[in-house]
Design a protein around this ligand. Structure first.
Ligand code: TYD
Length: 227
């Protein structure tokens, strides 16, 4: 790790609201994020937390417009423009929703994708580099990172098999080829390396119940550690 990346990383912090937590889910298409997010939400509610699930990009009326601008674009968007669109949607969602809701004690905010998606997709997939992504996130509120990131890791084959089973029209990123997906995996691995305390990697090749047990283990560790 270069000194410069070290310095950039040192500026990131989880939000500090007693009794409230910020968690994100990450992984390439087919990792099983959606199913696990629903189960995790139910489980945390059964522990008496107030749980809100937010998706990136989107979650605010401004963010939903940006989501459409990116995911429904028929022409290629320049990687730098793309990165700033995602960061822009993120800053607005943090300001408008996340920070306000976390101020209510006993709240857990779950993000379906966060900064590690930008590291994987724009940093590695689009080739902007990880440093460029970290630099774009140096102003508050973009310096906020989750207490815990659940990275569900799968390989290229599993991603293809699960995407083919779904048979829904492919969006902007899903149309990309193998090289792109391999870069996403490399990007997530790099995130895991750069943020070892925050990013918890789970073997998503295993079945749903194994993945969920791992999630519960990580969540308990967080709640007991911070309390
Ligand atoms: P979405 O339909 O939410 O995908 P998924 O169900 O796989 O989460 O679309 C979000 C897409 O945007 C997804 O392909 C990943 C991509 N993305 C980025 O490229 N950079 C980012 O910073 C974020 C948050 C998402």
């Amino acid at each position: 790790m270069t000194k410069e990346i070290d310095q950039l990383i040192a500026n990131f912090r989880p939000p500090a609201f007693p009794g409230s937590y910020f968690i994100s889910f990450e992984g390439i298409e087919g990792a099983g994020k959606s199913t696990q997010i629903i189960q995790t939400q139910r489980y945390l509610e059964s522990l008496n937390f107030r749980v809100l699930v937010l998706r990136e990009p989107g979650g605010t009326s401004f963010g939903e417009k940006l989501r459409k601008a990116i995911l429904e674009s028929n022409s290629p968007i320049h990687p730098v423009a793309e990165m700033h669109l995602f960061a822009s949607s993120r800053a607005q969602l943090l300001h408008e929703v996340t920070l306000k809701e976390l101020a209510v004690p006993g709240t857990i905010i779950i993000y379906d994708r966060y900064i590690d998606s930008t590291i994987a997709y724009q940093g590695m997939g689009r080739g902007l580099g990880i440093e460029a992504v970290l630099k774009t996130h140096q102003s508050f509120p973009l310096t906020l990172v989750p207490h815990l990131t659940l990275y569900i890791a799968i390989g290229l084959n599993t991603s293809h098999l699960r995407q083919n089973k779904r048979q829904i029209p492919k969006d902007y990123f899903e149309r990309q080829g193998n090289d792109f997906y391999q870069k996403l995996i490399d990007g997530y691995e790099k995130s895991h390396e750069l943020f070892p305390e925050r990013v918890f990697k789970i073997d998503g090749e295993k079945d749903e119940s194994f993945v969920f047990e791992e999630i519960k283990r990580a969540v308990h560790h967080l709640i007991e550690r911070v309390r």
